[in-house]
Ligand binder design. Structure first.
Ligand code: ACO
Length: 430
């Protein structure tokens, strides 16, 4: 028998039963699709604190227990044994590939890394001081002008092609945005290199010199991409789903996701973490002063890289990346005043009642900025790298949504609290 939940309107006494959509793991969802028909009301949930927008097979998170799994496989195992492109295959297709499937997949991505020369001119048209995220939002949206056939969004072949193109072209767009902002020559993709090696060479190579990426840098960046590849219905993924639900071209939908990711409460956080750590390190403020400032609601200051909407005990990605952060700094040698500040901040905040009571722990972005910094990636490229990693998550959710039997345009409702009906007043009488 289908489990149901009864909702009663205490004023009218009207009640109705609603079926429960059973989750395989985690919380079930009450299917309130007929709520308005039955009780004449909608649910009210700003910020979607208690609302499931869809059912999904892709990623499972248990925020209380600090669990993150892609297609059932714990993030810790993927971080230790897998590579980013293998994780991409897993997220997109639901299973780990065998070696032939992985070779084909890598080949398909490599096949699409070049950008149309028109895109090169397009990127060159941006102001030299444009933020690379602004260039990325614009450039990915512009891909829809180069691939108009992608508008046939229900065609599975079109979906797969869009997935390959997006995964392949994001590193090229990212690196070229950086080169453009520096006035440096664009470096073309090299098909013989791995995904991460190729990105690093497009970022850091010069036409005049040989460049070989450091294997430790490649490993660290590959790990970062794995950890950021998907995170179920976060703001940017929900944006991609909502934009894509109108059957918009995938490049337009992903571009909407990049815009959402840009904000400091989401993907922009790691950039803000480094700015905060630099500010503390270079100012005469102590770490304790800064913690006090973050606790003062009137200051408008938050500890960047602390807290998470879903993880309320620890962020499993933070533990993995913290280890890599230390390994990288140890193997590369040299001191890091920023890391010293970060460790002191972590220690003080984790012992402070304000943070303990609110379950505010360092999230993945607290450490990812330190790693990127150490790899020589400039601050304004941090969110761009996050977007590169999350593209596979966005595309996987976009594909899943379009293949869902319950697919329809997303259209939330509202509780109207504005003026009642009133008459127009002529401008001369106002
Ligand atoms: N520093 C100080 N106080 C904080 C912080 C913080 N970083 N985060 C939350 N709080 C406080 C709030 O002021 C609030 O206090 P109150 O109960 O006394 O009013 C309480 O903790 C709950 O905060 P909310 O904003 O309701 O928590 P929410 O779940 O909505 O927000 C968010 C989560 C946006 C991540 C928040 O913790 C934050 O702004 N963190 C800093 C930005 C950041 O690191 N973002 C990266 C997220 S991870 C990612 O995108 C990969």
């Amino acid at each position: 028998m289908t489990r149901t939940v009864t909702i009663t309107d205490n004023e009218t006494g009207n009640k109705a039963d609603f079926p429960v959509r059973e989750a395989k793991e985690g919380s079930h969802g009450i299917n309130i699709k007929t709520l308005h028909k039955e009780l004449g009301m909608y649910t009210y949930d700003p910020g979607f604190l208690g609302t499931c927008s869809c059912a999904s097979d892709i990623t499972f998170i248990d925020g209380g227990k600090g669990i993150l799994r892609y297609r059932g496989i714990p993030i810790e195992q993927l971080a230790e044994h897998s590579t980013f492109t293998e994780v991409c295959y897993l997220l997109l297709h639901g299973e780990l590939p065998d070696s032939n499937q992985l070779d084909d997949f890598n080949h398909n991505i490599t096949d699409h890394t070049l950008l149309h020369e028109g895109m090169r001119r397009f990127i060159n048209g941006f102001n030299h001081d444009a933020h690379p995220m602004a260039m990325m939002v614009g450039s990915v949206g512009a891909l829809s002008a180069f691939y108009p056939s992608a508008s046939n969004v229900h065609d599975h072949g079109v979906q797969d092609k869009a997935a390959y193109r997006l995964l392949a072209k994001m590193p090229t767009i990212a690196a070229w945005s950086y080169k453009h902002s520096k006035g440096l020559p664009f470096i073309y993709p090299q098909n013989s290199l791995s995904y991460v090696e190729n990105f690093l060479q497009m970022m850091f190579a010069f036409p005049t010199e040989d460049y070989t990426p450091d294997p430790l840098h490649v490993k660290a960046l590959d790990l970062m991409l794995i950890l950021h590849a998907d995170h179920e219905q976060n703001a940017s993924t929900s944006t991609v789903r909502l934009a894509g639900s109108s059957e918009a071209n995938p490049y337009a939908a992903i571009s909407a996701g990049i815009s959402s990711l840009w904000g400091p409460s989401h993907g922009g956080a790691n950039e803000k973490v480094i700015r905060m750590l630099t500010d503390i390190t270079e100012s005469d403020k102590t770490v304790q002063d800064y913690v006090e400032l973050a606790k003062d609601k009137n200051s408008g200051v938050r500890l960047m890289g602390f807290g998470h909407r879903v993880y309320k005990n620890f962020d499993p990605r933070a533990s993995l990346i913290r280890d890599m952060c230390h390994k990288l700094l140890k193997e590369m040698g040299g001191s890091s005043p920023l890391l010293d500040t970060a460790m002191e901040l972590e220690r003080i905040a984790l012992e402070d009642d304000y943070f303990i009571e609110r379950k505010l722990y360092p999230n993945v972005d607290f450490y990812s900025g330190i790693i990127l910094r150490r790899l020589g990636i400039p601050l304004n490229m941090f969110t761009v790298i996050f977007a590169m990693a999350r593209t596979v998550g966005w595309v996987s959710h976009w594909r899943e949504m379009l293949r869902d039997d319950e697919f329809r345009i997303g259209r939330p409702r509202q509780v109207y609290e504005g003026s009642g009906m009133r008459d127009y007043v002529d401008i001369s009488k106002r």
